[in-house]
Design a binder for this molecule. Structure first.
Ligand code: MN
Ligand code: MN
Length: 299
């Protein structure tokens, strides 16, 4: 059973997340710069009195995940682009993690991923098993003649833990872990034309605190304290540090912190053969009889 106050915080984080997604859906259109959209997300989270659970991921076409605008990002949405917005909000450490795909044109991948997540969520109830989710999702995707990114999964969430075990795969698996009332988790299928997998690129804009380590550069020491305290050991964007330091100092500080193992990196992930990718994601809490989706728009 989940404590009532904890549930209220998951709900509040989810409500804010849903409002942000609704605003992104209204604002996203060809010609719009993704930096403006990222700043809109950062501003709305702050205005709501919440904090980011991670920097908004805005991943386009064959980029599956983990892209967030660079400090001087000039990328604009183009007609027909498959744009995945993945938004993370936390209230007192309780996380809402949710994504949708915007495309200016009607698209089969987007329609299928939306259908697949609905069926995947429906499989979550007390006593059901993690592997039942993949069964539901894969059924929809196979019926549509499409595929999934096989190495990206849903996951549990916990306080200040944006990825907690177990993972919730989208393809056939033997994970017999049973859902229990009070569990909080995210379901997130990634649909592609045929089964594919996500591979790291050389682009890194997202980092996370790992451990305190001695570093020489004063900016590195300050950045590490920010990663630990201001960003609550959750993922952060390089551009967030530019409010404090110059671009050169930010790059030097992050390089130094990475080399001593004080922070970890989240490189942008690309579909390995450059296939288009559509994503959908919701966070839910398992209830006595089923589940409550915290991040649904129009609540
Ligand atoms: Mn997400
Ligand atoms: Mn997630």
């Amino acid at each position: 059973m989940m404590d009532g106050e904890v549930f209220a915080k998951y709900r509040e984080a989810g409500r804010i997340n849903a409002e942000i997604k609704a605003e992104l859906m209204r604002k996203a259109r060809p010609g719009m710069g993704i930096m403006d959209l990222a700043e809109l997300v950062d501003g709305m989270i702050e205005q709501a009195g919440a904090k980011p659970a991670f920097p908004v991921n805005i991943s386009i076409n064959e980029i599956a995940a983990h892209y967030t605008p660079t400090p001087n990002d000039g990328i604009e949405i183009k007609d027909g682009d498959m744009v995945k917005f993945d938004v993370g909000v936390q209230v007192d450490g309780y996380i809402a993690d949710s994504a949708f795909t915007y495309c200016s044109q009607k698209n089969e991948l987007v329609e299928t991923v939306n259908k697949a997540i609905t069926r995947g969520i429906a499989a979550v109830k007390p006593g059901a098993q993690v592997r039942d989710v993949a069964g539901a999702i894969e059924g929809v995707v196979k019926d549509a003649g499409l595929g999934l990114i096989v190495n990206l999964t849903g996951h549990y969430v916990d306080r200040y833990m944006f990825h907690a075990p177990p993972s919730i795969p989208n393809v056939k698996n033997q994970v017999s872990h049973e859902f229990r009332e009070g569990d909080a988790l995210a379901i997130e299928p990634f649909v592609t034309p045929t089964n594919g997998f996500a591979k790291e690129t050389s682009i890194t804009e997202i980092y996370r605190y790992l451990q305190d380590r001695p570093v020489r550069l004063p900016e590195a020491r300050l950045a590490l304290a920010m990663a630990r305290d201001d960003f609550s050991q959750l993922p952060f964007a390089k551009r967030w540090l530019l409010k404090k330091f110059s671009p050169v100092k930010v790059s030097m500080a992050l390089r130094q912190l990475e080399s001593v193992g004080a922070i970890e990196t989240y490189p942008a992930l690309r579909e390995s053969s450059s296939k288009l990718v559509a994503q959908a994601e919701h966070t839910l809490v398992v209830t006595g009889t089923g589940h409550f989706v915290t991040t649904e728009v129009g609540d």
